[in-house]
Design a protein around this ligand. Structure first.
Ligand code: 1GP
Length: 239
């Protein structure tokens, strides 16, 4: 489900936060992202969403041929207007709501909607401040200095049956996940590795791909950058 251009080392995933985009801007933004080399769109927020997620998701789908994958902060963010859904289990935490409760609530709807399901082990890693994922999920991130423990979590996720492992520093993280963590995890797992949170420069993305990331997720930086070709630079970095 997650696209990656043939012969590229990694795929570039653009995260669209439904509360940080206006419906009337969706078409032009999505066009720019696609033309400049994005491979896949993620859609969701770690916060409760105020905008109409159904309308925005539909508008994205109407204007791109790239896959639109829901990356929901909760079961309220599930819409049929997408191709698939990251069925996320927050395996770095110990809050049963994010280990099974939300899944039970969402599963019948996901089935009915016919969304493709991407079972994903989601590992939150400390980034220098308390992220919104921590606040909302009421869980602690894993220490970035205990790499052995991070690897053990990723391995456990794969052994449980998760098809993707997502190393997350949190949206807008001060310190993104390090290349050392990525190479340690990548050397032990066989499923694709997604990395996101606070990735601000194509140079850093390139280092993460060198270390073994299969998919790079960028969100915040695209809103904040003045560079009109920022997505192209990230797309070049993952080649
Ligand atoms: C957050 O991994 C994503 O869940 C992307 O983070 O918005 O910091 O790029 P940024």
């Amino acid at each position: 489900m997650l696209k990656k251009k043939e012969n590229n080392r990694a795929g570039l995933i653009v995260l669209i936060d439904p509360d940080k985009i206006k419906l009337e801007d969706v078409k032009s933004k999505v066009n720019i992202y696609e033309v400049q080399g994005a491979d896949t769109f993620f859609f969701g927020s770690s916060q409760p969403v105020k905008n109409n997620i159904h309308a925005i998701a539909q508008e994205i789908r109407d204007n791109t041929s790239l896959p639109l994958i829901l990356f929901p902060g909760s079961s309220e963010q599930v819409t049929p207007n997408a191709d698939g859904i990251l069925f996320i289990t927050l395996i770095s935490g110990r809050n049963p709501d994010y280990l099974i409760e939300h899944h039970v609530r969402a599963a019948p709807f996901v089935k009915k909607m016919g969304l493709k399901v991407l079972p994903t082990g989601y590992i939150l890693i400390e980034c220098g401040y308390r992220t919104s994922v921590e606040r909302v999920s009421k869980t602690q991130p894993l220490s970035s200095s205990n790499i052995e423990n991070i690897v053990a979590h990723a391995l456990a996720g794969e052994m449980i049956g998760m098809k993707y492992i997502y190393l997350e520093a949190g949206s807008g993280a001060l310190n993104p996940v390090s290349p050392e963590i990525i190479s340690a995890v990548k050397s032990q797992i066989t499923v694709p590795l997604i990395v996101g949170g606070g990735i601000r420069t194509p140079e850093y993305a390139n280092k993460l791909v060198d270390a073994g990331a299969d998919y790079i997720v960028v969100g915040n930086v695209l809103e904040k950058s003045d560079d009109k070709e920022i997505v192209k630079r990230f797309a070049d970095a993952v080649k």
